[in-house]
Write a protein that binds this ligand. Structure first.
Ligand code: UDP
Ligand code: MG
Length: 556
């Protein structure tokens, strides 16, 4: 799941990378390796770093350690052609041809049209003296690309080795027809001639190393480093602050000042992402001015008001940080709590939720509905192991992998912890400061309660019945039928005993209604099933989230 790197380690990581680069510039490979290894200890999920280490260790003459790092990078990016091919060549260097064949097969699966790979496959089989297979592969390479002569030359040498001089001659003729001036072909001609004379006089045949296609890039540490540097520098932002803004003109300057003061103390690269949710006051101008003066402030403008969840979701999309923090723009959340959230996160949590322990809002329209809503939510999500006291608090800290993997709609941003718990990450909460609103007005009223409850039904549906909608609708149909039948029975008894004036007609109509309702619910369930099939199968989506796979790079 995403980047699991604790924030305070980020600075160290960058330092080790830079040190390593410096060492390499001075050709101090051993020292560079040590520095990169320290960086790798902090951020073990960086396949490229692992690959660089593998290459460097190869240069340093430590094939065993190099092996480990190759395997790491391949476990992290199993389908990276470059890693696979270079690992294959590394296996060749250490004479592990059978393993090399296996890895090369994976390369071929990625690029089945690449004639060079078939040539290499032929060379490997030749090295293992599987001549008939080697011949097949060379011919295959030739079939794919008749202008690429390396496999044919190799085949010529192979025939010399196996003593089939006649066949070698045929191959030579074919090559000469294509490229009469090629020096490699002329070499082959000489070898064939020499072989003919030696076999005539009973001497052993000439063996020659066959030629690989040489697509792996040369081991030039500086070059690796440049490639590597490009991707590292883009990932140096440790922290992204995401803030939804709707008509908060007076709050924004104070908010940014408070944020900068707190964030400065963290000694982290950070970005503040303000998402303007179609404000109608001067907020847009204020934000434009703020962004002009401080490059760390980024602003996303919506065309119209889409709601707080949409704003937060856009912020998530454009955030670059390893850790993402959300808070309200109305100054009710206190930026000074951010270090506390991070502190808690460094204890091993993936999501830290703020809890407005001493909430500064109106009792009747805010606190009581929120209390009830939190109760209901907790009741409904009992099975997930997440129980929070304050889902509504926007001040939360997430590891970026979480928010990049969750899509939110409606009023759902408050349910991210539920989704997160559902995909199996560690969630906790800590008390945070809450301040009364001074500038601007609150945008919500009691009507939000019902919206939240509707979304909760969706959350519940998604977490438990997403893959089996018919179970969800079926359960409702079952309950309705049950209670309907019970009521009908009571009514019938009342009618028969003349306790109530219930006619047979009424009972018939009610029975029909009950029947139709249940049928309809079941049909809806079936339609739901159909749609879910589309959803997962068209997009080839998995309905589970794999945490990691050990050893088996093949599966992924
Ligand atoms: N907000 C938003 N779009 C909206 C309503 C609110 O982006 O349609 C923002 C608002 O600017 C504030 C946060 O969401 O930063 C919370 O809003 P508010 O303080 O009104 O809600 P409450 O604190 O009562 O949950
Ligand atoms: Mg507020």
């Amino acid at each position: 799941m995403g980047n699991e790197i604790p924030l305070e380690a980020h600075a160290d990581f960058n330092k080790y990378i830079n040190d390593g680069r410096q060492f390499l510039k001075n050709q101090a490979i051993e020292a560079a390796i040590q520095s990169f290894e320290k960086a790798f200890a902090i951020k073990g999920n960086a396949p490229e770093l692992s690959f660089v280490l593998a290459k460097l260790l190869q240069v340093a003459g430590k094939p065993d350690k190099s092996d480990v790092y190759y395997k790491y990078s391949l476990a992290l990016s199993p389908n990276n052609f470059e890693y696979l091919y270079d690992y294959m060549m590394h296996l060749v260097d250490t004479s592990r041809y059978t393993d090399a064949i296996e890895v090369l097969q994976r390369c071929i699966r990625l690029h089945p049209e690449n004639a060079q790979l078939f040539n290499d496959m032929g060379v490997l089989h030749n090295a293992l003296q599987n001549y008939s297979e080697a011949i097949d592969h060379f011919l295959n390479a030739f079939k794919i690309n008749p202008d690429y002569l390396v496999p044919m030359i190799n085949l010529g040498y192979l025939y010399v080795q196996t003593g089939e001089i006649g066949k070698a001659d045929d191959i030579l003729a074919l090559c000469l027809k294509k490229e009469p001036q090629n020096s490699e072909i002329n070499d082959l001609a000489k070898v064939i001639a020499a072989a003919r004379s030696t076999t005539d006089s009973g001497m052993p045949v000439i063996r020659k190393e066959l030629r690989f296609s040489d697509q792996s890039f040369q081991i030039v540490p500086m070059q690796i480093l440049e490639k590597f540097g490009a991707s590292i520098s883009s990932g140096t932002i440790g922290l992204s602050i995401v803030i939804p803004v709707y008509n908060e003109e007076d709050n924004l300057p104070i908010l940014c000042k408070e944020l900068n003061e707190t964030l400065k103390t963290l000694q982290q690269e950070y970005e503040i992402i303000l998402v303007d949710d179609g404000s109608r006051d001067k907020s847009r101008d204020v934000m434009t001015a703020l962004a002009r003066d401080d490059k760390r402030i980024k602003v996303i403008f919506f065309r119209r008001n889409y709601g707080q969840t949409a704003a937060i979701s856009a912020g998530f999309k454009y955030a670059h940080g390893d850790v993402i923090i959300t808070l309200d723009a109305d100054l009710q959340n206190d930026p000074a709590d951010i270090p506390k959230l991070l502190q808690k996160m460094s204890e091993g949590y993936d999501l830290v939720n703020g809890w407005r322990k001493d909430r500064q809002d109106k009792m009747l329209s805010r606190k009581i509905p929120s209390m009830i809503a939190n109760r209901i939510i907790n009741k409904l999500i009992e099975g997930t192991n997440v129980q929070l006291r304050d889902f509504g608090c926007t001040l939360k800290a997430y590891k970026s992998g979480i928010v990049k993997n969750i899509h939110i709609y409606g009023e759902m941003h408050r349910f991210i912890p539920v989704f997160a718990a559902w995909i199996g990450v560690k969630v906790t909460e800590i008390p945070v400061n809450h301040r009364p609103r001074i500038h601007g007005t609150a945008k919500y009223n009691l009507s939000r309660v019902s919206r939240v409850i509707f979304d909760l039904i969706v959350v519940r549906f998604f977490s438990d019945y997403m893959t089996r909608p018919i179970q969800f609708f079926g359960k409702i149909a079952k309950r309705i039928t049950g209670s309907g039948l019970f009521l009908l029975a009571v009514l019938s008894v009342c009618g028969l005993t003349h306790l109530l004036p219930v006619s047979l007609n009424t009972i018939l109509i009610l029975t029909a209604l009950l029947f139709f309702t249940s049928m309809q619910l079941l049909t809806m369930g079936l339609i739901g099933e159909l749609m879910i099939r589309f959803y997962f199968e068209v997009q080839k989506k998995d309905f589970y989230v794999v945490e990691r796979i050990l050893n088996d790079t093949e599966i992924a």
